[in-house]
Design a protein around this ligand. Structure first.
Ligand SMILES: [Zn+2]
Length: 449
């Protein structure tokens, strides 16, 4: 009886020992993965490493930065093991470290990130399997240098401008900040890839106090700002009252019915307010989506065309109050110019460009948007028909469609807009030969194509 018990105990111990031995005598190295890390490190960079050892667990992790033979410790941790099997408790660990070159005593230039991990395996004389990862990084704590090349910048509230600058190191992002609005700059106009052009704008609300500067961020995340001389001219916009009649609503509302939430369909007034506010906002988002993509080709030349033989029915940034049954029910800003000619007039492309969009956009009705390159766009709305297709290159004056009353239009007209990036600007400037010469072409003429 006693002998049998001893044998059973012996077997249990032998099996456990064999189990632990096979468990711990594995030779698989821990795995080290860097989740995301830029090639260049600026003043402060967080990196995340995912370390795992699923067989015998993590014993220790050590991360160092090495430069010119000098080691700067970044992270060190010992992990405990289970008493029963001797394996590590932690099989997976996500390590977050922040590299701050100045604190670590590193200078700009190359450095080595070295990660060493050991596991609880009995391999390597009980010291465990070891894994190493080395990655060369570039330390760059200096902000990029920006050299402003264009000299004069006179901008009107609601108007556009152009800044030309040079970046002395490659950057991931650069452009003009106008208040809170960012206008991306791009290389590609000049053969010299260090020369950037950025069309920018002041929106209709941005007056004299608006701060303008060029901003650039390099690969290491260092950000630099460079001011340029500018003069802002304030502008007041017209006040206008739009009378909303029941016959207009009776005509227009059915077209929009599918876009209106059921809760807002109770009265004509509710329907109209829904369209004039919520749908207007959604429509702008749609336009903003279209103008995110632009060609690095300056397609256009000279003044933009105005719809021939047309009368101006509403101006840019008119502050509209909507009156219904003798009561002001809404306020909106009109961010284009309304031009009326004979019904179904042919609409010429205002300048050369690529068709960026054709289709219906809610209150704007049938619409064409043309990309003139470098984030300059023209938009044609309320069309009765569209004669062009997306991505088609249009010459200045080529017919893109006919005027109409689609969308929230009470009579046949063209709603014409110009956008710089996603900001509507005053088209008057772009129709003006002298303005283009003084503010755009003379500046572009100074840089080598
Ligand atoms: Zn309009």
């Amino acid at each position: 009886m006693k002998t049998r018990l001893i044998i059973i105990m012996f077997i249990v111990i032998a099996v456990s020992a064999a189990f632990i031995t096979t468990l711990r005598l594995e030779s698989e190295k821990p795995s080290i993965k860097i989740e995301s890390m830029p090639d260049s490190i600026g003043a402060s960079q967080e990196i995340i490493l995912n370390i795992s050892d699923i067989k015998s667990g993590i014993r220790n992790i050590r991360i160092d930065l090495v430069q010119n033979g000098k080691e700067s410790p970044l992270y060190k941790k010992e992990f405990s093991a289970s008493n029963l099997t001797g394996s590590g408790y932690v099989l997976e660990e996500s390590v977050k470290v922040i590299i701050e070159p100045e604190q670590a005593g590193l200078t700009d230039g190359k450095a080595l990130l070295r990660v060493a991990v050991a596991d609880y395996s009995w391999h390597g004389w009980w010291h465990g399997n070891r894994a190493y990862l080395e990655k060369t990084i570039i330390i760059d704590t200096r902000p990029p240098e920006i050299e402003i090349l264009s000299r004069v910048h006179n901008i009107t509230q609601g108007g556009a401008g152009l800044v030309i600058y040079r970046l002395l190191e490659p950057c991931i992002k650069s452009g003009v900040m106008a208040g809170d609005n960012f206008f991306p700059g791009q290389a590609g106009y000049s053969k010299d890839q260090t020369v950037f052009i950025s069309f920018f704008a002041l929106d209709y609300k941005q007056g004299k106090g608006t701060k303008l500067f060029v901003q650039a961020t390099d690969k290491a995340g260092n950000c630099a700002k460079a001011g340029f001389p500018y003069y802002i001219k304030a502008r007041r916009f017209k006040q206008d009252i739009i009378n909303i009649s029941d016959s207009f609503l009776g005509w227009k509302m059915p077209e929009f019915e599918p876009d209106i939430p059921v809760a807002d369909r109770s009265s004509m007034k509710d329907k109209f307010l829904n369209i004039n506010n919520k749908l207007r906002k959604a429509n702008f988002e749609k336009i903003a989506q279209v103008v995110k993509k632009t060609d690095k080709i300056l397609y256009w030349k000279g003044a933009f065309l105005r719809l021939p033989k047309s009368a101006t029915r509403a101006g840019f940034a008119d502050r509209r109050s909507y009156k219904y049954n003798g009561e002001i029910i809404d306020h909106q800003i009109h961010l284009g110019i309304d031009l009326a000619s004979v019904a179904h007039s042919p609409v010429p492309a205002a300048n050369k460009g690529r068709v960026a969009f054709t289709g219906s956009i809610g209150i704007y009705g049938k619409t064409v948007i043309i990309d003139h390159g470098f984030y300059l766009f023209s938009m044609y709305s309320h069309l009765s028909s569209i004669a062009v297709q997306k991505d088609q290159i249009l010459l200045k004056g080529e017919i893109l469609g006919r005027t109409g009353t689609t969308g929230l239009a009470g009579g046949d007209h063209l709603h014409f807009s110009i956008l710089v990036n996603n900001v509507f600007v005053n088209p008057l400037e772009w129709w003006d030969k002298a303005w283009i010469k003084n503010n755009i072409s003379s500046k572009l003429g100074l840089i080598q194509k």
